[in-house]
Design a protein around this ligand. Structure first.
Ligand code: MLT
Length: 334
C-alpha cells in the first residue's frame, strides 16, 4: 500500500515538473540595444518591448550598449546566460559585421537563437539644415568637389548609417571624412546643430526632424516613395512622400533598407524561444505598434517573417550579399 502511494506521488511529481519548469518569464527581461539611447534601433525596441511586456506579464528593460558599430552589444548577448532573460535587438549590422571585423568576438550564425524579424526600415539621405543645396544631384556635385572636406556622420563601422554611407560614396566615387558616433541618436543632434554635414539614417530617427525642418532630406534609399499618412494631425505637413527615390534623384542602382531581428543567446530553450516568438508576433500585430511604426515611416514585419526560420535565413543570405560589397570597397575594421 505504502509503495503504491509513493509510486502515485512520484508519477504526479513527474507530470508536474515540466509544467512548472516552463513558467517563463518569472522576472524582468533585458533587451540589449547595441546603439545609443534615442536612436532608431532604440526607438523600435522600446515600442516592441512595451507590447511584448504586456503579453509576457513581466517588465522589459532596454539596455543600450553602444560601440564598434553594434558589435559590442551583440557580443554582450552572445556571452550572456541562455535563460531567456537577456535578449538582443539588432539590425543588418549582424550580417555586415563578419565581413568588417576580422576578429569578431561572436558568430551570428551559431552564437544566437533566432526569435524573429521585427521590421525593415527605409533610410533617408539627410543634411544639416543650413546646407544651401536643393537636390541630391546638387549635393553629389558638392561632395565630388569638396571630397574629404565634407563631414559624414555614422554610428560606427557595421552600422546602417555606415553601410549607407559606404554605398553612397562608392556610387558617387568620392570619399568624405567620416565622423563616427555610438549611434545616430547623438549623430542627428550634431547634424541639426551643423557640426557635421551629411547623415544617411533610418526614417525611425529622421521623420520628425524632416517634418519640422530641423534637418534637410534629399532622397529615400528604397525603390518606391514612402506612403503618405492620411490623417496626420495639423500642422505636421507630411513631407516624406515628396522625397524622391534614388532612381528619381540620379542614383539608379542605389538601394538599402534596414531589417531588424530579435535574438537570444544560443542554447536558450526551444520552449522559451517559442514563447518569445509568440509574444513578438502579438506585439507586431498590436494596433498601437502598427500606428507608431507608420508614423515613423515603417511597418512591422508580417507574422510569417517574425519567426526563427525567417530571421535565420535573412542573417545568412545577407552575410553572403554584403560580404563581396564590403570586400570590394576594401572597408575593414582594424
Ligand atoms: C542606431 O540605432 O543608432 C542606428 O541603428 C545606428 C545605425 O546603425 O546607423
Amino acid at each position: 500500500m505504502r509503495k503504491s502511494i509513493s509510486a502515485i506521488a512520484m508519477t504526479a511529481a513527474a507530470i508536474a515538473v515540466p509544467a512548472m519548469a516552463f513558467a517563463y518569464p518569472t522576472q524582468p527581461i533585458t533587451i540589449v540595444v547595441p546603439f545609443s539611447a534615442g536612436g532608431p534601433t532604440d526607438t523600435v525596441t522600446r515600442l516592441v518591448a512595451q507590447s511584448m511586456s504586456a503579453e509576457l506579464g513581466q517588465n522589459i528593460v532596454v539596455e543600450n550598449v553602444g560601440g564598434a558599430g553594434g558589435t559590442l552589444g551583440a557580443a554582450r548577448v552572445a556571452q550572456a546566460r541562455n535563460d531567456g532573460y537577456t535578449l538582443l535587438l539588432h539590425h543588418i549590422g549582424m550580417s555586415t559585421a563578419p565581413s568588417l571585423y576580422p576578429n569578431l568576438p561572436f558568430d551570428p550564425t551559431t552564437d544566437f537563437e533566432y526569435v524573429g524579424l521585427v521590421t525593415e526600415v527605409p533610410m533617408v539621405i539627410a543634411a544639416r539644415p543650413s546646407l544651401e543645396h536643393e537636390t541630391l544631384a546638387d549635393v553629389i556635385a558638392w561632395v565630388q568637389a569638396e571630397g574629404e572636406g565634407v563631414l559624414y556622420a555614422n554610428a560606427g563601422m557595421g552600422a546602417a548609417s555606415h553601410l549607407c554611407g559606404l554605398l553612397f560614396m562608392e556610387a558617387i566615387g568620392t570619399q568624405m571624412t567620416v565622423i563616427p558616433y555610438q549611434g545616430t541618436g547623438p549623430a542627428i543632434t550634431d547634424l541639426m546643430g551643423g557640426q557635421v554635414d551629411l547623415l544617411c539614417d533610418q526614417t525611425t530617427n529622421t521623420t520628425n526632424q524632416i517634418r519640422d525642418g530641423s534637418i534637410k532630406a534629399y532622397a529615400v534609399t528604397v525603390p518606391d516613395r514612402l506612403d503618405s499618412l492620411p490623417d496626420l494631425p495639423p500642422p505636421r505637413l507630411d513631407s516624406l512622400p515628396d522625397l524622391p527615390t534614388p532612381a528619381e534623384a540620379g542614383l539608379p542602382d542605389f538601394s538599402v533598407s534596414i531589417w531588424h531581428g530579435l535574438y537570444a543567446p544560443s542554447g536558450t530553450s526551444p520552449e522559451i524561444v517559442a514563447r518569445l516568438t509568440e509574444a513578438l508576433q502579438i506585439a507586431l500585430a498590436d494596433e498601437n505598434v502598427i500606428a507608431r511604426f507608420a508614423d515613423l515611416g515603417t511597418a512591422p514585419s508580417p507574422a510569417s517573417d517574425a519567426t526563427p526560420e525567417a530571421l535565420q535565413a535573412k542573417v545568412v543570405s545577407e552575410i553572403a550579399l554584403w560580404g563581396p560589397v564590403i570586400e570590394a570597397a576594401g572597408e575593414f575594421a582594424n
